[in-house]
Structures are given as structure tokens and as C-alpha cells.
Design a protein around this ligand. Structure first.
Ligand code: PNS
Length: 160
């Protein structure tokens, strides 16, 4: 497949599950733009620029992957970067209802936009940014959950 895909998310912080989706998407598309949501209702642990910098650090090996922050509607961001496809990772059936709604809303806003779901690799089914933050908050072991380079950065945010 050719073309440009956007992989949107909060990435607060990015996990090995996110990285797995980015790696697989980068083999399918000419270019993958990882889009870090800046204006979330949630108060993030890391600023959007910090989250983007962490993603740039761990995706450097993928030459067709770029990382940008966005605010506002995702469909407007896809116009800005000329993407035709949104990539989303699906972990379990529980993700499906919300993601299906989002896919339909985005297609309603922009008919030419397709959402492509990539099923998670099985070793990351349980993994989420929230789980990572919970473990880091108690100085738990993050090996295998996030890229090794990010472990000290995440721990430091909790004062460890
Ligand atoms: O990692 P997340 O928090 O599940 O990612 C959610 C994200 C960023 C994909 C979603 O919140 C989003 O697209 N936000 C931008 C606003 C938007 O376009 N919403 C859809 C129409 S209501």
C-alpha cells in the first residue's frame, strides 16, 4: 500500500505497544505521521512537546516516520499532512466500540478518510499508558513495557 497515514493518540507516555503499531504501519505506508494530541481534556503527565520528543527519540530508526503535535479535529490534521488513512491499534473487544464510533465520526466529517485497525501483538494486549503510569508511580519495573531509553525519563517524572 502507498500513501500517507496518521497514527493519532495521547502517547502519555508512548509504550512498546504504540511502537509495535508504528513499526508495522511504517511497513505498509510510504509515510506515517504520528500525531500527538496537544489539547486533551485530561491533564497529561508529559507536555505534548515532551511526548513528541520521546516518540522522535524511539522512532529515529524508521526513516518514513514523522512525529507532530496537533490540536483541534483529527480530520483537519489529516488534511494538513495530506493523509488518507488513520491508523488505530486495537487491543481487545473493549476498545472496539469507542474506536468504531470514532472511525464513523471521522468518516462522516471527511468521507475520503479510512480508518485502518491494526490488532495488537499479543504480548501487548494488557499494556496501556495508564498501566505504565500506575507502575512508574510506585517505582515498579517497566522493562519490556516501554522503550528502554524512556524508562529513566518516566521514572524521573515521579521523582525516582
Ligand atoms: O490515545 P488516545 O487518547 O486514545 O487518542 C485519542 C485521539 C487523539 C485519537 C482522539 O481523542 C482524537 O482524535 N482527538 C482529536 C479530536 C477529534 O478529532 N475527535 C473526533 C471527533 S469527535
Amino acid at each position: 500500500m502507498t500513501g500517507i497515514a496518521v497514527y493519532p493518540g495521547s502517547f502519555d507516555p508512548c509504550t512498546n505497544g504504540h511502537l509495535d503499531v508504528i513499526r508495522r504501519a511504517s511497513r505498509i505506508f510510504d509515510k506515517v505521521v504520528v500525531a500527538v494530541l496537544a489539547n486533551s481534556g485530561k491533564t497529561p503527565l508529559f507536555s505534548s512537546e515532551e511526548r513528541a520528543d520521546m516518540l522522535r527519540d524511539v522512532t529515529r530508526e524508521f526513516k518514513n516516520v514523522e512525529v507532530e503535535c496537533f490540536s483541534g479535529l483529527l480530520v483537519d490534521f489529516t488534511d494538513k499532512v495530506k493523509a488518507d488513512v488513520i491508523i488505530k491499534g486495537l487491543r481487545a473487544v473493549s476498545d472496539f466500540e469507542y474506536e468504531f464510533q470514532m472511525a464513523l465520526i471521522n468518516r462522516n466529517l471527511k468521507n475520503s478518510l479510512e480508518t485502518l485497525f491494526l490488532p495488537t501483538s499479543k504480548e501487548y494486549m494488557f499494556l496501556s499508558s495508564s498501566v505504565v503510569k500506575e507502575i512508574a508511580g510506585y517505582n515498579g519495573n517497566l522493562d519490556g513495557l516501554v522503550p528502554a531509553a524512556l524508562i529513566p525519563v518516566i521514572k524521573a517524572r515521579f521523582g525516582y
